[in-house]
Unconditional design. Structure first.
Lengths: 472, 472
């Protein structure tokens, strides 16, 4: 009889736990602070995922994020090139404020002396003050001198390449000529980039063929070791930035060719992370974000990605340069749905700080807004406008559906013709997402709103000292 | 005790039926023949659904079809304009064979005398021979003279407009000038198009504001009355072809403007049909297909749709003209998944005939292939090539990933410059879906394959008598 009762008791217990589906251990240990994982691709375009319309790339796990979570279609980064975009996502501030945008140089190079100033507060640093474990896995590109490495900016752990994978090139061929060769001719050993663990170089040149896989694995290992307390992992893939490399397992897997192979390897890593979170009972208390630093590098043709129906790509302030896929996943946390709301990578700092019970810093201008109402409850986004900076200048502004181009310029390299527009060129991005049909007629009221936004912004703007310009 | 046993018995029965989830009545009445519903939009582009990447149009029900069913990304129609594309989907044959493609006129007009010849066998006619109830709801455009109406071609029931919604125009303004006016100036009464029920005109001019909604309702009503035996419904919306009209309920609903309102009203109709099928226990025995007749009419700017990342649109043999969204839904029948396989609207005739237990006609050349292995079991598609006809000429051919353009020409109207290419321009559509990067180098083997396909095709081709050219 006792045995029988015990069996029923355990059976009942099993059913109850199956229903709530949250292992008690994890829940207890973490309290109410959610974990955050930001996966940041490099040069991946708006049109490069199947859920964003690509016809020959398969991204089942990213599509699953879209189906079970939120898929945003008007989500922006703060710059159309690496360094400033990365400064912005980690600080919640426009890169012009931190000096991580420059009028002289687009990004940091191996000969650069500067980096993200110590006075800047990164999301990692901020979350640490609330007891988070923090890791940066992947591309940093905010300063590779000792004073600027991730470990100086609030990350407990760093594993990755401190800048772009096309740097430290040892081939004597001109840059573009080298990279435009057949895929077989591009060798990982021709890029003498270092791989760091914390502050030590552990491999040089990095074997870039395996780097995507290793980044995903490092992420899972870090979480495995730190799952008992809240964690923040910033997983910034070096790819699909040129040169393109992929592991043997994924080579030739995608119909899209090498570029697609890489996206599919990144996607598989996302799937591994999702599965791991679910197996460990962490999924309900973790917010997983996927986006990219800027649009596709179109001048590299099939070696670059696709902005889908958006105009132009990396390096420009057209939509293709700065609008990115953005997926938010957290079963039971993120309210599933398609979101046409405006959002920015800079909103993550403010939103995640709030969700971790932290105030945002009040001693500086913040450019992010709290979008947790949208993520958790499906409320309309609190973001109303987007500033499109190129270097240290505003080229365009979006307010609601309207976008005004004050300056237009093609991609850097061969298409860089700059044109100023007074009055600005106006588009309705909701009815004309491809920026094809310039609005004519009387838009005085709309233009007045733009003037006001710009006036308010410029009145409070203090440009940081240019961190990109100094060379060794 | 008896009561108790009865309760348990019914409880068990309930659980069993819940598990198999097929209402017995429907299953019994229909035997094993599946029902078919083809929803065919007009001028809807590859990029116009949210599941195909549109950033400001919401299509939750079509997206649900994509998630729960199959989403095809390389699915083609047989012509880039209305009449020939419609002849092809209903006969499973290239329109050049039936005379429904012409070198003189693109489509049928109200002054046309011709139509789909009686000798052609439509899918409706064929399925009727297996006991199907058949209805055509919507745009016909295969002949509006009595001899050519849907009821002469195997459809038991017809409700719809027999040609395009921009015809029978009563305004004296030039066509394009009229249509490019502000939306408020375009009036449904300026198009004196008739609405038929079977062979009678019941309304003229049609109130186009409510026509989309009425088509969806007619579909549901028809199924309601014929659910006891297998049915085939061909629901061919007249919209979003210009002029654009929408019901009051959907006006202003979409951020995309009037064009988006219409897509969202069509989507809602798809949702109503899906919900109805589920409520009636018909979903498991019905295959629902959604696609469109040709690409977006780009010369109408924001009044036309988007081909997403594909090149050009309606009227051309670039991908944007002939590649369409294609969704297949049937819970428990269609094997869910993203399909990069080649498919054609002409395959539906052969595939559905086979699924209904019918042989395909052997007295004529059929251009469709059986894709049921892909739909039901997820096998690779049996289709290996696509012919891109414009009028009665082959402009391009796709074999696997390669597409060869023999002739290129822009949209009709102002962009119609025709160029012949010898050797043909070659693209790899898997790595370059936007047809941007012409392949150079030695593709002799590939070109030989193209020669062979064309030789085989032309050897057996008997062009039908031009049905579009004769006017009253």
């Amino acid at each position: 009889m006792t045995t029988h009762t015990n069996t029923w008791f355990y059976y009942l217990l099993f059913i109850l736990f199956s229903l709530v589906n949250i292992p008690i251990e994890a829940q207890d240990a973490q309290g109410e602070k959610p974990n955050f994982i930001i996966i940041f691709a490099d040069d991946l375009g708006y049109g490069d995922l199947s859920s964003y319309g690509h016809p020959s790339i398969k991204t089942p796990y990213l599509d699953r994020m879209a189906e079970e979570g939120q898929k945003w279609t008007n989500f922006y980064v703060a710059a159309s090139v690496c360094t400033p975009s990365r400064a912005a996502i980690l600080t919640g501030r426009l890169p012009v404020r931190s000096g991580m945008a420059s009028s002289k140089r687009r990004v940091l190079f191996p000969d650069s002396k500067g980096g993200l100033p110590a006075s800047e507060i990164t999301l990692a640093e901020h979350l640490k003050s609330a007891g988070y474990n923090t890791a940066c896995i992947g591309k940093w590109h905010l300063g590779h001198k000792d004073a600027f490495l991730p470990t100086t900016h609030g990350f407990d752990y760093y594993f990755g390449i401190p800048y772009s994978n096309d740097m430290d090139r040892t081939s004597q061929l001109p840059y573009r000529e080298y990279l435009m060769q057949a895929d077989e001719k591009i060798k990982t050993e021709d890029f003498n980039v270092p791989l760091y663990r914390n502050t030590e170089i552990i491999e040089r040149p990095v074997n870039q063929n395996t780097i995507t896989k290793r980044y995903s694995e490092e992420t899972i290992n870090y979480i495995k070791e730190h799952k008992k307390s809240p964690f923040f992992v910033y997983l910034a893939h070096n790819l699909p930035h040129v040169p393109l490399f992929v592991s043997e397992e994924y080579k030739g897997k995608s119909a899209r060719g090498l570029y697609g192979d890489i996206i599919e390897e990144i996607d598989a890593g996302v799937g591994d992370i999702m599965n791991f979170l679910e197996e460990e009972g962490l999924a309900e208390n973790t917010i997983l974000v996927f986006t990219s630093d800027n649009g596709p590098w179109l001048t590299f043709k099939e070696k670059g990605g696709s902005a889908g129906l958006l105009r132009a790509g990396k390096g420009t302030t057209w939509e293709g340069g700065m609008r990115e896929p953005a997926l938010f996943w957290g079963p039971g946390t993120i309210k599933p749905g398609l979101r046409h709301d405006l959002g920015s990578s800079m909103d993550l700092f403010v939103t995640f700080s709030k969700m971790a019970g932290l105030e945002v810093p009040t001693d500086r201008e913040m450019d992010g807004v709290d979008i947790s109402g949208t993520l958790l409850n499906g409320n309309p986004s609190t973001r109303k406008s987007i500033l499109y900076y190129r270097g240290t200048e505003i080229y365009a502004v979006r307010i609601g559906k309207y976008k005004a181009h004050y300056i237009t310029q093609g991609e850097y390299g061969e298409f860089g013709k700059r044109e100023e527009h007074e009055p600005p060129i106006l588009y309705n991005l909701d009815t004309d997402p491809s920026e094809q049909f310039e609005l004519t007629g009387d838009y005085t009221d709309v233009l007045n709103e733009f003037d006001l936004i710009l006036e308010q912004h410029n009145a409070k703007l203090v440009k940081g000292k240019d961190q990109l310009v100094e060379r060794e």
